[in-house]
Write a protein that binds this ligand. Structure first.
Ligand code: HEM
Length: 495
């Protein structure tokens, strides 16, 4: 590189940092406490990207329910208490409904035109409504859904059986089951195990995880020109884009040919119908982006819940026995569990709620951004400030939960063994709340219930003799796109 190019880069970096340093937002936010950083870089070097959830917990101890961080001039406000999170997500939902959509990576991958990273723009409410009603339509058609979901889960159970009580790592089987459930919801599609496209999906989903995981590729957002110098994250983004457009693009093309507006079978067709009804937002390309967002959001979240469940059953065999009694008495052995069984199974529902609290695998939700000048907890927050909703801190707040680091599903049951009231259950926000609440909470809950009840009916999960006990403590999980356990093995003993 010649001297002139170096001087150019140096000047660019200095101007970039100075502009951030003198950002007027900094003055308004200066009343909020937060850890002292170093000049220009702020707290950027004090945070461990794969352990953000733990770093934020320890700062909460020192700086309280609301504190502020500075990442090389970018100000981030972190909300930790129930009161602050409720104020932002529920009371002032619209004011905190933005997303940080304009980073280089978001723009390059066009994530800002999908749903998860779309800012609170003019089209947002409409896009979310169409997606929400498509998922609901699928949910409401319960007979078909339960049948399809159960068929996939049974396939996974048959794979567990093939290990014949030998130790195995269950992650891949769970992952492919969830891909097939999502492919059905999104495009009425099913992959056979030997379909090379199944591996393509697994690979491209990994590529996006690697390109967007905590701490990976941040340098590209700050210095996009690094892409010309062999940046690895950029290469993964290119691979991801190619595969996404190819695989999901094919689905969309097939659906355009077979589309029948009187028989909407899946989310792709619901989006095509919205377009036919005159909504110009849903171009072919935006449909690809939305379907891909749902695919990504729908796989990894539930995979972590099922994995955490397996680990917790190894560590708490008495809980597993209690759950099996419930499944045996409500469902029996002659048929598969159905969603109609759910109300009669409070112990399993309490366990699912406790897994969502204890693991909190979406620890800071998806970062929010203020859409107007606003306030929280009495502090002024200017428009366009990034806000992290620290669900991990809320869900382990000892002022709210007795022994927050213990797995205690009974905390969600009353004296008569029934689920506690909805107000009590709403002490946690595992799916967020308000304008940016998860687009598929009910669907996710149905799937978790069916997955876990099927496992309970067919297997007892135990620890392999030669393996170390797993650590289900979420403080030992690491942050990728969400919190994930490390590798572990189980034995599935048929009942
Ligand atoms: C256990 C399962 C799941 C959990 C715990 C979960 C949790 C969350 C959370 C915390 C958010 C962010 C809320 C916020 O930013 O305030 C979110 C957003 C989202 N989730 Fe889920 N989720 C789950 C399953 C799913 C599934 C199965 C799908 C799709 C089928 C899905 C689709 C989405 C979408 C599209 C968004 C973005 C919504 C928006 O930005 O407006 N999620 N989810």
């Amino acid at each position: 590189m010649n001297m002139l190019a170096l001087l150019g880069i140096f000047t660019f970096v200095i101007v970039f940092l100075l502009r951030r340093f003198f950002d007027p937002k900094k003055r308004i936010l200066s009343q909020i406490p937060g850890p002292r950083g170093i000049p220009f870089l702020g707290n950027a070097l004090q945070i461990d990207p794969i352990n953000i959830h733990k770093d934020l917990l320890s700062w909460k101890e020192t700086y309280g329910d609301i504190f502020k961080l500075d990442f090389a001039g970018d100000q981030v406000v972190v909300l930790n208490s129930h009161a602050a999170i409720h104020e932002a997500l529920v009371t002032k939902s619209k004011e905190f409904a933005g997303r940080v959509a304009d980073s280089f990576r978001n723009e390059y991958m066009e994530a800002h035109r999908g749903i998860v990273f779309r800012d609170f723009d003019n089209e947002f409410a409409n896009v979310k409504r169409v997606i929400h009603s498509a998922v609901k339509m699928y949910d409401d058609n319960s007979e078909k859904v339960i049948h399809r979901i159960n068929a996939e889960i049974q396939c996974c159970m048959d794979k567990f059986n093939v290990y014949n009580e030998r130790p195995f790592d269950p992650k891949k089987d769970i992952y492919t089951t969830l891909i097939n459930i999502m492919a059905e919801l999104l495009a009425s599609h099913r992959f056979e195990d030997d379909d090379p496209k199944l591996n393509d999906i697994i690979e491209y989903q990994h590529a996006v995880s690697e390109a967007l995981s905590a701490g990976v590729g941040d340098e590209l957002d700050m210095f996009p020109w690094l892409r010309y110098f062999g940046n690895q994250t950029f290469k993964k983004m290119q691979f991801f884009l190619k595969m996404r457009n190819q695989i999901i693009g094919e689905w969309v093309e097939e659906h355009k040919k077979s589309f029948n507006r009187d028989d909407i079978r899946d989310l792709t067709e619901a989006l095509l119908k919205a377009r036919e009804d005159g909504d110009a937002t849903f171009s072919d390309h935006v449909i690809i982006l939305l379907v891909d967002d749902m695919l990504g959001a729908g796989i990894i979240t539930t995979q972590v819940v099922v994995s955490a469940y397996l680990q917790l059953m190894i560590l708490h065999p008495e809980v597993q026995t209690r759950l099996q009694h419930e499944v045996d008495s409500v469902v029996g052995t002659s048929r598969a569990p159905s969603i109609e069984d759910r109300d009669a199974m409070p112990v399993l529902q309490a366990n699912i709620h406790e897994i969502l609290r204890y693991v909190s695998h979406v620890p800071i939700a998806v970062p929010h951004k203020t859409t107007v000048d606003t306030s929280v907890g009495g502090y002024d927050i200017p428009k366009s400030t990034q806000v992290w909703i620290n669900l991990f801190a809320l869900h382990h707040d000892e002022k709210i939960f007795d022994e927050p680091w213990s797995y205690k599903p009974e905390r969600w049951l009353d004296d008569s063994g029934q689920l506690v009231s909805i107000e009590e259950r709403n002490k946690i926000f595992p799916f967020g709340a308000g304008r940016r609440v998860c687009a598929a909470e009910q669907f996710a809950r149905t799937r978790m219930f069916l997955f876990l009840s099927n496992i309970l009916q067919r297997f007892t999960i135990v620890q392999p003799e030669d393996a170390e006990p797993p650590s289900a403590d979420p403080r030992n999980y690491t942050l990728g796109i969400i919190l994930e356990p490390g590798p572990f093995t189980i034995k599935a003993i048929p009942r």
